[in-house]
Design a protein around this ligand. Sequence first.
Ligand code: MN
Length: 291
Amino acid sequence: MKNSRTIKNIIEPQMVIEGAGVLLRRSIAPQASNFHDPFLLFDHFAFNNPAEGPISGFPMHPHRGIETVTYMLEGSVNHRDSLSNSGLIGPGDVQWMTAGGGIMHEELPRRGPSGNIYGFQLWVNLPSSRKWSRPRYQEIRAADIPVLKQDGATVRVVAGEINGMRGPVTEIAAEPIYLDLRLAPDSRFAYPIPSGHTLIAYVFEGNGLLGADETPVHATSMVFFDDGEGFQAKTIDSPLRLMLIAGAPFKEPIAPYGPFVMNTGEEIQEALNDLRTGKFVWNEKDPRFKE
Ligand code: MN
């Protein structure tokens, strides 16, 4: 592919503990430097060792100013929120939640039949114009995610478009591309990415050669790319599986604090104050909030 992107950096995720004691592999954390704009966080959760004891989760907690995207591979997450939405996200399902001006929710993981829980959570920023918007959910069942099979590649299209197949997640300010890509051994895959958009790839099974200079990458790694016009991957004797994630940067200053990502420190203080005074959750009667 002409002007295919080269790799800028490859990192191994760090183990962190979040929520009520959940062990995660984290490869991006919210930082004021906003280096991966519009992406703020990427967590890989896998509770697959019974010695870790009973499964804890994320009891009721707030979010403001971001979108959280949960993609399950095995097991499930039961969720419930301040707008009285609730449901179960199972294997292959996606929940794209726009927290907007404020939501409280809980996320409780459960093991699947094999005893495993395995999935990802991505946080996508919102532009300042949408940080006070009405919260919104896009819950997509596995059966509604289109799958492209071509030349050794199997691609689940969550967001974005490939060969006329459109992912079901729409109307997201970051114009995201979110693909679950499997490559069989001895295969190639190329995909156009708009120039100027941020591109990252999370390799979680097997190994392959990524980018224009065919850099070897193995699971489990987060790969950051230079600017350019496309992504390419190639396998030799091993299969490869990765999440391909791209989006338009907002180029705004950000102030991250725990589950909030706003534009200024004053807005973080306001969020903390709203939590103390019971004004946190989006409410059409409060003129600070927008549709
Ligand atoms: Mn949450």
